[in-house]
Design a protein around this ligand. Sequence first.
Ligand code: HEC
Length: 589
Amino acid sequence: MTRSIILGLLATMPALAQEGSQVFISRCMQCHSTTSTSHAPAPEALAQIPWQDVLNTLETGSMKVQAQNLSHDERIAVARFAGKDSGTQILPELTGFCAAGSKPAVSKGSWNGWGVDEINTRFQPREAAGLAASDVPSLKVKWAFGYPNGRTAYGQPTVVGGRVYTGSNDGTVYAIDARTGCLYWMYRAKALVRSSVVVGPDKRAYVGDLDANLYALDTETGKLIWQKKADAQPFARITGTPKLYDGRLYVPIASQEENAGANPIYACCKFRGNLVAFDAKTGAELWRTYTSPEPKPTIVGKNGVQYYGPSGATVWGSPTLDLKRNLLYILTGNGYSDPDIKTADAIMALDLSTGKVRWSQQATPDMFNWDCGPRGGGGNCPANHGPDEDFGSSGVLLDAGKGKQVVVAGQKTGVVHAFDPDQNGKIVWQTRIGKGSTLGGILWGIAGHNGIAYVPLSDIDRQKPESGGGLFAIDAATGKILWTTPPPRPACLGKPGCTAAQLAPPSLIEGVVFAGSMDGHLRGYEMSSGKIIWDFDATRTFPTTDGVTANGGSFSSTGPTVADGMLYVNSGYGGQGMAGNVLLAFSAK
Ligand code: HEC
């Protein structure tokens, strides 16, 4: 692997520099690979070494030179990714713990998981929200919590039983008092936690990490109840929030292998997207459904490396559960390597009980792996490759009038699609709202209520920071755009990472759409007209309950959650946006 490839890899993924698998792909794999001719131990051999020993090798041992440009946190991340997990936790040093023995106040509403309900509407009804449209203009910060790891505040807050649960950029999961912001407990997962926590009826909190580990924690203490590798494929990860229903956890599996495709000595690509159902009580696997068939040897690359395909069709987002039809919908990412498959860039409907594929419908095909990118060239780029504009998020089931329903989903192409669940996913309408790009078009998701989808547009262009962005209300029956609110001109123009793009999934209460922007503003829009009725600028420092110096930044991968009279949101997205490390809790009182 040449130096330019390594640097190229790093250049495109600064936001995820602390993700162990990313560091491994860009800094270790050129030597530590099964097909490498160097005498470096293969990944399977490294996996036998306790991760603390791997860390020592990087900090003081024979790999000191190879790791010299990595931060301490990156070394920890890559050591935990490459080495063996010993179960030892390293927790951040924080203050602001809740008084010993104290319990959260009784609460009326919860926002559990990504989509708030099974069908991913992201609409919180009046009673549970405890917040009316008329309260929104007077929302103020009630408390703030700082993440000690200062660049990106990942994870969407889950609010259940008076506690806020959130994952973070170094893998620490926090349980925080919803009213006061004091800290009940922390748990350190093996890798970064980007998806949301899901709370079960039996005092259990479930969460997945970017190394595809799934954890069941005690909601009262944060103690580990069980841990499970949700998928053993190399580079597998959990980015979409699992759904918990009737004692089962439905877990979407994504992967980082698309990036490894840029490395010509890596025998790409073998990853198969999948959805796996676990028994929530025991962690036992009940069924697993792949989105892509078994890969077979295809061509031999320029370096004599055997390549494989088909592959990919990653599941990035939280599944949608259609209890009426006993179906589970997933949106899939692109195929990584030839041959082409129809289940990539598609919606797939699985039987909720058995996992059997009932139907699938492709939207706009887009084969891709990073061998197609500027740093590739090993010969494994698919023949009819696209620009990497697949589905990165979830579908929402919406009423379309006359007893009909549609599943609406936004693609990175900039097109919103509606699929008919009663006609094997037949495309009912397609509405283009933007140009599309690898970071959307539509990236992290949409919301919907009363037959209308609320869709933010990214179309991020860092060369033209004032372009892109906007919020669209689209009629679920016809695909007609009912209103559009263009983005206000960003006040932060000129600041690195400041753009008008809107990547974050919106969240809804009766009468209001909340949507964050890469310009560091969280806005409340009148649901009927799109008029902005509240605008909060998070790009400043906040006093925090845990003593960590914290500032807000871009709103990107996750949206706000509303429960029991309060609104919670993570702010800060280094790399593609403005860095920040704060969890903000608002109330109108
Ligand atoms: C330029 C090639 C190269 C790169 C890059 C590289 N390594 Fe190594 N690594 C080796 C070789 C060769 C060895 C075998 C030991 C030796 O001869 O020093 C090794 C040994 C190791 C060992 C010690 C294994 C043992 O038996 O104790 C660990 C752990 C390790 N590497 C981890 C990493 C990690 C993690 C990275 C990325 C941050 C990395 N290496 C990057 C070539 C490399």
